[in-house]
Design a binder for this molecule. Structure first.
Ligand SMILES: *Cc1c(COP(=O)(O)O)cnc(C)c1O
Length: 365
């Protein structure tokens, strides 16, 4: 057994030989606050609409799906118009099985051997992993000690490294920090390549925090990616999307596998988008649980990072792995993101949030 491991390890691409797969532990616990999911199940009427849409597709599964997922792109355009007031042509929209696949398409088309991608860490670790998986050199840029990034600092790092691709994540996972439009504009101005703005948590921002979507007109190098996994409560369905110049979409079409979005996925996502108001109904509640977490953590003498997302990163722990374990023993699963003295917790239902705050108070005593 150990021999075959050695043989296979030697055959792996060199960048993967020491690598471990991405993955938060999927443990069976009472209160799972570790992957930034929406804790609310689909409302019954939405569940039934999705089930009905799937049922309609089943007899036709002998056929390949619509490769261009036109109906889904129309539904995404209608949703974005309702949410932001921007009217985006469907030629400027793309979707895939989760925004992770969207990001993979971007990196396959615009990254690759001999090219580099810069991200400002700590940030979403998949940006690095997808870069490495596509043979793109990863450059770990910096944030300040409050996990913030100013326009001047971002500009200086882009000029220093001259990357082919820049990742911006706003609100940033794991810190919850949102970026000003000035930062995105500074990066666009300083760079010569693709700028990816990952807005997975955009529906949770506090009032006045802008989206990069408004910058799209006349910016062929800008890509804004989003997902139905978080605010939409649709993580299990796997649907991420992006908006960009139609020429960018043409580039992505070259690298995607044909028929990458199954008829079932397209139908489920369309049905969900028709009920977006119902699915997003709990966003305000989750924002208030997030704010409750920030206050509760601060009152324990720990240091929460102000958050525009549905999770809170907090520091001030003397031994974060020990606190993680102690919380688990209280039935609460949070995320150790590998930042010394820090843990990240997702906003849950009111009861789950209470369970977390009580457990944290007990283990801090
Ligand atoms: C959760 C998350 C995603 C989304 O992943 P999906 O593949 O759409 O489920 C993308 N970006 C960030 C920063 C995330 O935290």
């Amino acid at each position: 057994m150990s021999d075959s491991r050695e043989v296979v390890r030697g055959l792996l691409r060199p960048q993967f030989r020491e690598a471990t797969p991405y993955g938060a532990p999927q443990l069976d616990v009472a209160v799972a606050l570790n992957t930034n999911e929406n804790p609310f199940e689909l409302p019954l009427e939405v569940a039934e609409a999705v089930a009905g849409a799937l049922r309609e597709q089943v007899p036709h599964l002998n056929r390949y799906p619509d490769r261009e997922f036109t109906g889904l792109r129309k539904a995404l355009a209608a949703y974005l118009q309702a949410q932001t007031g921007l009217s985006l042509p469907i030629e400027s929209l793309w979707a895939a099985n989760g925004s992770n696949e969207v990001l993979q398409h971007i990196m396959m088309a615009f990254g690759g051997p001999g090219r580099s991608a810069l991200g400002f860490v700590p940030s979403y670790s998949m940006h690095e992993l997808i870069s490495v998986a596509t043979g793109t050199q990863w450059i770990a840029g910096r944030r300040d000690e409050h996990f913030d990034l100013t326009a001047a600092d971002a500009r200086a790092q882009v000029q220093e490294h001259d990357p082919d691709i820049v990742f911006l994540c706003t609100p940033n996972n794991p810190s919850g920090t949102a970026l000003g439009v000035d930062v995105i504009e500074a990066v666009l101005a300083a760079s010569r390549g693709i700028v990816v703005v990952d807005e997975a948590y955009v529906e949770f921002v506090r009032p006045g925090t802008p989206s990069a979507l408004a910058l799209l007109g006349g910016q062929p190098r800008l890509i804004v990616s989003r997902t139905m996994s978080k605010a939409f409560a649709f993580a299990g369905a796997r649907l991420g999307y992006l908006a960009a110049d139609p020429a960018v979409i043409d580039g992505l079409r070259i690298v995607r596998l044909p028929y990458h979005l199954s008829s079932l996925t397209q139908a489920a996502a369309r049905a969900a988008l028709e009920h977006s108001d119902a699915l997003l109904a709990n966003v305000e509640e989750l924002k208030s649980q997030r704010d409750r977490i920030v206050e509760g953590i601060a009152s324990l003498g720990l240091t929460p990072v102000p958050s525009d997302a549905n999770f809170v990163l907090f520091g001030g722990l003397s031994d974060a792995p020990a606190t993680w374990q102690a919380l688990l023993e209280h039935g609460v699963l949070v995320r150790d993101v590998g930042i010394p003295g820090h843990l990240r917790v997702t906003a849950g239902t009111e009861a789950e949030t209470t369970a977390f705050l009580n457990a944290l108070a007990a283990v801090q005593r």
